[in-house]
Ligand binder design. Sequence first.
Ligand code: AKG
Ligand code: FE2
Length: 276
Amino acid sequence: MPIGPSSLVDLDRYPINRLDTPDGMALVERLRNDLENKALAFLPGFLPPDVLERGIAEFAPLIPDAHRHDRMRRPWGWMDNRGFPDDHPRRAMHRTRGGMITRDMPPADNLWQPLFAWPDLTEFVRWVLGFETLHCSADPYLALEIHIEGEGDGFAWHYDTNDDFVSLLLQFPDEGGHFQYVPFLPNEDDEHFDEVARVFDGNSSRIEQLQIEPETFTLFRGRRSVHRVTTVGTTRQPRLIALFSYDRGPMMVFPERTHQAAIKPDNAPHYGTPAS
Ligand SMILES: O=C(O)CCC(=O)C(=O)O
Ligand SMILES: [Fe+2]
């Protein structure tokens, strides 16, 4: 039976389909403040628990077929990192390892497509992020991704290509797999590479580690704040997180080389653009 997207979200707690009511406005206001002050806004318990369980059950059989990567990469992977001394943070190389389920893999009647495609959810994200327009990406592979981090997997320190990162944590491992970040490092006026170097060396007191519970919907300024997922330790189940991709224009599709890097990862080191 088709599932209405409004039954996939706890709308009593998060009235995302009633943004013009006092409760809806208060929610948007709180999240905007959080984004402005902490670079990150959280909605714990976004999904009702039975929805989460059904959603995880849909992905579990796909995990063995996930696209796996294991590569070294620079934190500013989308920038030209030439012209810096070898010991500069822009030249750092860190290991990233994990799996990805892409949008084309789950069966068409899964729970996540209707949630992602629900216009009320897109409109809510748009309000919080303060954009005049916002559309779901139309990418056949990368509009909707599930990242999988099992034992030994982790996502190295980096900055995102996109301004804003929208995710839904589905499952948490027994050990490790923590989201760590430094809000607004670098800031707009000063890149603070000395502090970034301390972050990479593990000596910064500004690193925040968050205990994010499954069912938490998160909006994050990932281009402005260095972040990582720590290596997963011994665990009975992997970390699973769904990533939703949006764009200010309609029908956004990533370039073919981005598809290939995701669905046929060659594990070549990722130095930046252009590579060096
Ligand atoms: O899995 C996470 O919590 C963060 C992933 C991430 O930073 C990314 O995909 O860019
Ligand atoms: Fe990221």
